[in-house]
Structure formats: structure tokens, C-alpha cells
Design a binder for this molecule. Structure first.
Ligand SMILES: [Zn+2]
Length: 306
């Protein structure tokens, strides 16, 4: 029982309109598939707590949090950008999503579990210190990393982000942070159209052109991520686990498969075993084709469980 699976029913109450791809059915598809394939009983289940304002303030500005609270609708939808909308339940879902990563960090650092997967929404990696965008409100993985560092139990934390979109928010929050390494792979050029000329010594970009698949992905990880991870020697690794680079996912044009997600998970777990006592916290980001998402999460969890 060494892998925690953390979620909360509130994460299914947020929706951004009837045709929005970041929909509650994503979590249902994952959980149904884990039950159908017999993986579910192997996981240690936890219900996510709400993140506290103090925990959010480590990575977001107070006036941004206040503005989100003030805009939260009593009914209907409020758009904060063309892709990102709040319903009356959005912030409650977001508080559980970020709270899940805090709990995951605590469970892994205490040795209660070896690793953890946060099956949560809304996602987080596009959320900047002062801006919601790209379906994201609170930067869940950043909240968890800041919590781990604040605990005093780790000095160096790496974030690896294999979502098909660049995690601009995580980069904006942690660029030039001396205790955080951020390695990301993403389709490029593509949303959010990050300027790759902007560089920071703790940020590793592995851009991949549209239409490419496993070979380019593996080469990018091996050539760009691994040397940086080995020299940084993280004491804990967080994963921004987006599965929207799957070839069946219509939101992007990479051609990855669940085998690629199993492979990159194994690579990250090997680095964690070598440097970080195996400590891994994985956080769901994107992934919009429901079957591909469910199969990919299963492949990811099968590696975390070994
Ligand atoms: Zn994405």
C-alpha cells in the first residue's frame, strides 16, 4: 500500500460550460477505469483537505486571491479568460485540488506512503502568481512544492511537467528559485506561446514539434531533463502529469501513447530512487480524451505502484 490516491467529490462540481473539455467526466473516467482494471484496491485512498489561505499565499498574491473570491458567482458562469470560467463550486474544487497536493507532500515526507497521485481538477500549471488562465486558478503543484520546502524537511525539489502545454504558471512562480528545478516538455509552438528566449538557470525546456511522437519525446527527456536532474539531485520530485500529448487527444498534436507515459514515469521514479528516497508526488493536469486519459493514468499508476 505505498501509493496514495487523493481526490475529493468537490472536484467534480466545478464545470466551465457544457462543451468545455476540462469537464467533471475526466475524473469519473479515471476512477471507473481503475475499478474496472482491478488497480483501485491497490491504492491507498485519501480525501483531500481544503488548502489554507496561508498555503496559497506562498505562491499567489493576496490581492489575486481576494479578486477570485470576489468574482465567484452565486449562479451561472463567470469567465476569467476566454477558456477559463468559474461556476459557484469552482473555488471549493480548487481548494481541494491544491489541498490534495499539500496532503500528498505531507504523506510522502512523513513516509506514510512512498508516492502519491492527486486525481484533482481544476488543473493548475498555467495559473501564475497573479493570474488565472488556461483552465487553472490555483497552481496546485506549486502550492505543494512551496509546502514541502516550508516544512524544512527538504532543501531541493524538482518539478517535471510532461503536459503537452508549457507550464507557464509554474515557471513564472519558481524561475530563479535556488531550491527548485523545473523540467518541462511540451508541444512548441503552441498554447500558451511561451517565449523560450526567456531563460532562467533552474528552468529546463524540452520543446517538441507538432506531429512528433515517442522518439522525440524520449530524446527530449533523456537529453534535456536527465543531466539537469542528476546534477541538481532533488530530495523530492513533483510531477505535473498532463496526458493531453496522447495521440488520441484532440487538444494537441503530439503522438504519445500510454507506454510513453509509463516510460517517463519510470524515468522519474528512477531519479527519485537514486536521489530522493523514492519520494514522488504526481498531480493531474490536462488530458481530455476520456479513454486515453484513463488508460494513461492507469499506466502511470502501475509504475508508481511498483
Ligand atoms: Zn495541457
Amino acid at each position: 500500500m505505498h501509493t496514495a490516491f487523493i481526490t475529493h467529490p468537490a472536484c467534480r462540481e466545478h464545470h466551465a460550460g457544457p462543451w468545455h473539455p476540462e469537464a467533471p467526466g475526466r475524473l469519473a473516467a479515471i476512477e471507473d477505469h481503475l475499478i474496472a482494471t482491478g488497480l483501485d484496491p491497490l491504492l491507498r485512498h485519501f480525501e483531500a483537505p481544503e488548502v489554507t489561505r496561508e498555503q496559497l499565499l506562498r505562491v499567489h498574491d493576496a490581492d489575486y486571491l481576494d479578486a477570485l473570491d470576489a468574482r465567484s458567482p452565486e449562479h451561472g458562469l463567470i469567465h476569467v479568460d476566454p477558456d477559463t470560467a468559474m461556476n459557484p463550486h469552482t473555488l471549493a474544487a480548487a481548494r481541494r485540488a491544491a489541498g490534495a497536493v499539500v496532503q500528498a507532500a505531507d504523506l510522502v515526507l512523513a513516509g506514510t506512503v512512498q508516492n502519491a497521485f492527486c486525481c484533482v481538477r481544476p488543473p493548475g500549471h498555467h495559473a501564475e502568481r497573479h493570474r488565472a488562465m488556461g483552465f487553472c486558478f490555483y497552481n496546485n503543484v506549486a502550492v505543494g512544492v512551496a509546502h514541502a520546502l516550508a516544512s524544512g524537511r527538504v532543501e531541493r525539489v524538482a518539478i517535471v511537467d510532461f503536459d503537452v502545454h508549457h507550464g507557464n504558471g509554474t515557471e513564472e512562480i519558481f524561475h530563479h528559485h535556488p531550491r527548485v528545478l523545473l523540467c518541462s516538455s511540451f508541444q512548441h509552438p503552441f498554447y500558451p506561446y511561451t517565449d523560450l528566449n526567456f531563460r532562467a538557470p533552474n528552468v529546463i525546456h524540452a520543446p517538441i514539434a507538432a506531429g512528433l511522437g515517442s522518439e522525440a519525446f524520449c530524446a527530449a527527456i533523456e537529453d534535456q531533463w536527465l543531466p539537469a536532474l542528476d546534477s541538481f539531485a532533488p530530495q523530492m520530485i513533483f510531477i505535473s502529469a498532463g496526458f493531453d500529448g496522447h495521440r488520441d487527444d484532440e487538444l494537441a498534436q503530439l503522438c504519445l501513447t500510454e507506454d510513453d507515459y509509463a516510460w517517463v514515469t519510470q524515468v522519474v521514479c528512477d531519479v527519485a530512487a537514486h536521489h530522493a528516497h523514492g519520494r514522488v508526488v504526481s498531480v493531474l493536469e490536462g488530458g481530455y480524451d476520456l479513454l486515453a486519459l484513463a488508460r494513461s493514468v492507469r499506466a502511470h499508476l502501475e509504475v508508481l505502484l511498483t
